[in-house]
Design a protein around this ligand. Structure first.
Ligand SMILES: Nc1nc2c(ncn2[C@@H]2O[C@H](COP(=O)(O)OP(=O)(O)OP(=O)(O)O)[C@@H](O)[C@H]2O)c(=O)[nH]1
Ligand SMILES: [Mg+2]
Length: 318
């Protein structure tokens, strides 16, 4: 709870100054769909857009959290401030994921340069992705250099927060053939960097070849998707992964792709928010308006088809 006298402007100020507790409070506000949260995002939005946003996706248990924990450590060694947003984790950031032999969980939590947060699925997917995007914006506004997003994804069911990442990393492990199939079938978008984790597995090279094969079938872009082998639990391959992520960022910055990508993502976001609002208005209208019920009666009685009814609904004065 805010102390008495702590205004929204005060919270914004502390957030912009990088205060961790202000960031935590701000994210809780957007998570709870509190109007104060939206007002806060509105206020700090001009200060966003500076963080490098990296999304990590991949099947459950492949090692995303372990990889991120290692990359946090790497970023800290370079004096970069980091925030991690883990979305709907089946195993949230617990000691298991963060407390590796060389990684001390307590260090990360006490480190003012690191902020870690999990958000669980609640309500509709749209609601969750709205809240997570706002949370990522708040992390960005609080002056983090890197924002790492973690989502479980095996294809279609992915939360679209990943669309807001500047760089998308797909984590796979030997045996995650489903994901390779999803890539092949075009169900899953081609990521910017692929990491094959648990590379101590004997089938790692087979997996890498398989992925390379799938990538070669797709359109040949200027950016060649690197495939990095890693063993995150031992910290192997993490430097190379970190380098590939930085290289990708430099590449998209130089080419202007970053600006393009962000513009496209923001357009999608604006449309999604507007569409959500329209839908809620329409639903409220349908509940309240007797004549809409009558229109529906016509559809139920098969005198009017659904598409014609929808057209009539949209024609009406709102
Ligand atoms: N053998 C081996 N195990 C690993 C490696 N990296 C991570 N693990 C282990 O794999 C398990 C899952 O790791 P997480 O980092 O929680 O995986 P995740 O992808 O974040 O999992 P979810 O969030 O549940 O989808 C943990 O027990 C890790 O210690 C690795 O390189 N080799
Ligand atoms: Mg995880």
């Amino acid at each position: 709870m805010p102390a008495p006298g702590r205004t929204a402007a005060d919270l914004a100020e502390r957030l912009l100054a990088g205060d961790k507790r202000a960031l935590a409070r701000a994210i809780s506000l957007v998570e709870n769909d509190d109007p104060e949260g939206w007002a806060l995002v509105r206020e700090v939005y001009p200060s966003t857009g500076r963080a490098a946003i990296v999304g990590f996706t991949g099947p459950p248990g492949v090692g995303k959290s372990t990889i991120i924990a290692r990359l946090v450590e790497r970023a800290r060694a370079r004096e970069r401030d980091v925030a991690v947003l883990s979305i709907d984790p089946s195993s949230p950031f617990t000691q298991g994921a963060l407390l590796g032999d060389r990684i001390r969980l307590s260090e990360h939590f006490l480190d003012p340069g690191v902020y870690i947060r999990s958000m669980a699925t609640r309500g509709s997917l749209g609601g969750l992705s709205e809240a997570t995007l706002q949370a990522a914006l708040l992390m960005d506004a609080s002056g983090k250099d890197d924002v790492f997003l973690e989502t479980v994804g095996v294809g279609q069911a992915e939360v679209d927060i990943i669309d807001h990442a500047d760089t998308v990393v797909l984590a796979l492990m030997p045996g995650s053939g489903d994901s390779v199939q999803a890539l092949k079938a075009g169900v899953m978008e081609i990521p910017d960097v692929i990491v094959v984790n648990k590379a101590d597995h004997p089938l790692t090279d087979t997996m890498v070849r398989e992925i390379r094969g799938v990538l070669s079938l797709g359109p040949q872009e200027d950016w060649r998707v690197p495939i990095v082998k890693a063993e995150a639990s031992r910290g192997e391959g993490i430097d190379e992964l970190g380098e590939k992520i930085s290289e990708h960022r430099e590449f998209i910055e130089e080419r202007g792709t970053l600006a393009e990508r962000r513009r496209r993502n923001l357009l999608n976001e604006v449309i999604a928010l507007a569409a959500g609002r329209l839908r809620r208005e329409l639903e409220a209208q349908v509940r309240a308006d007797q004549s809409v019920q009558e229109l529906l009666d016509e559809v139920v009685a098969r005198r009017l088809d659904p598409a014609s009814a929808a057209a009539k609904l949209l024609e009406r004065e709102r």
